[in-house]
Design a protein around this ligand. Structure first.
Ligand code: AMP
Ligand code: ZN
Length: 139
């Protein structure tokens, strides 16, 4: 629990939410300002700000919930597809500093965009640049 964290307050029942799924470690509820019908947030109950702050068990529990819930959410609103994503850090658009996966149902012709649309201007990278980046990540 983190003081002043809105999602910790939801976990503690201090702020109401439309809960759709709950385990010992994970909670999922409808987004209060939905991007689409059925927009759902999946969070670890324990406070963690960034994806990299989750321990392996909790990361697994969150993704287990995402994979179980995504088809259920789609079915509930008769969606054709869904985008699943996490804004990890302020520069990526994270506003609530408690890890949450968005499950956003998508409908044919809804005018939305794929996850590729979230980034800014595409970089112009040479093969050497790509090799160097891959090497640094895998170090
Ligand atoms: P992000 O920009 O990834 O941090 O997204 C935060 C999300 O939390 C937004 O989509 C908000 O609509 C949603 N949100 C904020 N407060 C609440 C709340 N009390 N209950 C449900 N969803 C919320
Ligand atoms: Zn929190």
């Amino acid at each position: 629990m983190s003081d002043d964290c809105i999602f910790c307050s939801i976990v503690d029942g201090e702020i109401p939410a439309r809960t759709v799924y709950e385990t010992d470690d994970v909670l999922a509820f409808l987004d209060a300002n939905p991007l689409a019908r059925g927009h759902t947030l999946v969070i670890p109950k324990a406070h963690a700000e960034r994806v990299g702050d989750l321990d392996a068990d909790l990361a697994r529990a969150v993704f287990d919930a995402v994979s179980e819930l995504t088809p259920r959410v789609q079915d509930a609103v008769d969606a054709d597809a869904a985008n699943v994503g996490i804004n990890d850090g302020e520069a990526a658009g994270q506003e609530v500093p408690h890890v949450h996966a968005h499950v956003v149902p998508r409908f044919e012709g809804d005018g939305g965009a794929p996850i590729h649309a979230v980034a800014g201007k595409r970089p112009d990278l040479s093969d050497e640049d790509l090799d160097a980046i891959a090497a640094r990540i895998s170090e």
